[in-house]
Design a protein around this ligand. Structure first.
Ligand code: SAM
Length: 365
């Protein structure tokens, strides 16, 4: 199976963070963990204090967290150089990252902490990104459910949440291997006493996951609308089968496992799990509809773009590359238009509640 990276792409030019209010709410909830991480640190060192944001997309959703952390660091260690590196896949829209950090996009608020050295790295978090022992604080939100590779196509669905048998096992094993790989790479990069804070998509203790917390199952809706294109003769059977997200929503037990194996490589590398809990963040779009602020049509028009911001590349990538680009784009527009019409016609139960596992990890000093 192919590397996943080529088909993972958030929409650019600030579209991602402008249409993902929920992702920012999650990061706001993770901010106390990042502040707790630096509270536990000895800041007397002379080396630059290096912060990384792994899988940052356009960086817009995490500016508030970084502002809070950097302001606190400035207060406690006024003479220490501070660096912030946004990382993502090589084709990410890094120009927008710098525009957002510097407050140069559409009047949106920038980082607002003067004198911070701002960098970016277009390198996968499945590879080394920083020199050994140089990272003080690593942060990542809503990114590590993307696997390093698609372990198997799922013919009957678009997501591993509906996989069964050997296919389900292949996703589970890939996710375990990828999680360990991420942790071991970061363990090398962290300075002694450094920390990691994660807000990762998860399947929680009640079996809930993104877009599946009791109402309409978002992944089932994706699958139904994708198959409807086939039923209408617009896409082929092969294109139906190719639409599989290279993603996995790990359970809490799966997130904790590498930290509970005392003889395992993650513990041996010095990493300890300090905090771990799950969090459901209600869909802000569904909430506004429920509050009577929007008609069904307005809800649908606001809601479907947040799904599109992260899912489009998977569906686009499933279409036969021999089709002219304009035709592929037209099919994708038709797909999301049908989803939007569905929500507008029958909005009850639609919504993308976020389900996360928040974790704070320390490295031995
Ligand atoms: C849903 S966005 C999350 C962005 C931001 N962290 C947030 O919480 O709003 C997921 C991001 O993870 C990135 N991503 C996926 N796989 C990655 C990898 N292997 N290495 C680095 N970034 C990756 C995607 O490119 C995308 O920008």
């Amino acid at each position: 199976m192919a590397e996943a990276a080529a088909t993972i792409r958030m929409r650019g030019a600030g579209y991602y963070s402008a249409h993902t209010t929920g992702a920012k709410l999650v990061i706001d909830r993770a901010t106390p963990l990042a502040l707790a991480a630096i509270r536990a640190m000895d800041l007397s060192g002379a080396a630059p204090f290096a912060i990384a944001d792994f899988g940052a997309a356009d960086g817009g959703t995490s500016l508030g967290l970084h502002r809070a952390v950097l302001t606190e660091l400035r207060r406690r260690a006024p003479d220490r150089a501070l660096t912030l590196t946004h990382t993502d896949l090589p084709h990410n829209d890094f120009a927008t990252v710098f525009q957002l950090v510097q407050g140069r996009l559409d009047g949106r608020e920038g980082l607002g902490v003067p004198g911070v050295f701002s960098f970016a790295s277009g390198t996968s978090f499945y590879d080394p990104i920083f020199p050994p022992g140089t990272l003080a604080l690593g942060f990542s939100a809503t990114a590590m459910h993307w696997l390093s590779r698609l372990p198997a196509p799922i013919a009957e669905a678009v997501h591993a949440v509906f996989a069964t048998g050997a296919t389900q096992a292949a996703f589970r094993e890939q996710a375990a291997a990828d999680w360990q790989r991420i942790l071991l790479l970061r363990a090398v990069e962290l300075a002694p006493g450094g920390a990691l804070v994660f807000a990762n998509f998860s399947t929680d203790e009640a079996g809930r996951y993104l877009g599946a917390t009791g109402g309409r199952n978002m992944h089932a809706c994706f699958g139904a609308h994708w198959r409807a294109l086939h039923a209408a003769g617009a896409i082929t059977e092969a294109e139906v089968a190719r639409a599989t997200f290279p993603q996995y929503y790990r359970s809490v037990a799966e997130f904790r496992a590498p930290f509970e194996d005392a003889a395992g490589p993650v513990r041996q590398a010095g990493l300890r799990l300090e905090e771990c809990f799950t969090l459901v963040t209600p869909c802000p779009y569904a909430a506004r509809f429920a509050a009577g602020e929007w008609t069904a049509a307005e809800f649908a028009r606001a809601y479907v773009p947040t799904l599109r911001s992260w899912s489009e590349s998977t569906f686009l990538g499933a279409l036969d590359p021999a089709r002219p680009a304009a035709d592929r784009q037209a099919l994708i527009d038709r797909f999301y238009a049908a989803y939007e019409a569905d929500v507008a016609a029958d909005p009850a139960g639609h919504g993308m509640d976020y389900v996360h596992c928040l974790m704070r990890v320390s490295k031995a000093a």
